[in-house]
Write a protein that binds this ligand. Sequence first.
Ligand code: GLU
Length: 310
Amino acid sequence: MHAGRYAPSPSGDLHLGNLRTGMLAWLFARWSGREFLLRFEDLDAERTVEGAEAQQLEDLHAVGLTFDSQHGHSSIRQSERLSLYTRAIEQLTESGLTFECFCSRKDIREATRAPHATPGVYPGTCRNLSEAERAHRRAERPASLRLRADRDDDGAAPQVSAQDLLLGEITAGVDDFVLQRNDGAPAYNLAVVVDDHLTGVDQVVRADDLAASAPSQAYLRGLLYGTEAASEVVYAHVPLVLNADGRRLAKRDGAVTRSALREQGLKDEALREMLLDSLGLPAGTLAAALESFDPASLPREPWVFRPTDL
Ligand code: GLU
């Protein structure tokens, strides 16, 4: 199967940026003859808001998105798939590809300030702890599990590329990223890779603030599912929606959700057309927009949303 997907986190109402990305994901999938799946990324229990999922689904339908069912389910929920993530982590651990890490964010921040460290890259602090050291550290703080990424003879991280329909080749060094948080929850990168692969997703359209994670995800896919799987996903990282100050649109920017815009009198049809217009596509249904959809003519700059534009 070939599928695209939209994977919101049910942490509240979707805002215009999320809806626009969802619309683009739908357009890319249908344009390329793919199925389109919906996945709720609800592994972060603290951020998950009750009722958000139903509201998000209603909003996505209201702007015209349709989803395909898989195994009789019209969407999947990560919190119901924990055994799949556990199995993937076990598989990596059995191959010697994980290690326990006891660092706090602060420890990592401080370590990467040291000379010769690469800012933001895990410095390898816990990579080679002895069993005795690990036992000692475990008593102080629960461990997260990190991927033991390959290293060349100079200790440099492997350079991995992912193909992006808008950005071209995205290449980055893959460090020892977290697979399981220290509260036991599977980490974002692990769950995404497992879910995309097991549900036949081979096209990922999402906001471009996630572009840097594509090489890590491709690398992990290769480790879990074989070298061919590493390059099975084609990406399209799409520009964000910004507020009038040039910052990433957020709920605090006022009336930026469907329900808030409805209160101001904006009907669903007008909302859909505003989003289509921001993509340079004609007013009308999404099916009609598909006729003129061409990734090469999509705007490459962020869309700046000013409530006064309404
Ligand atoms: N759940 C993520 C978000 O809402 C998207 C993850 C992805 O598309 O890979 O930002």
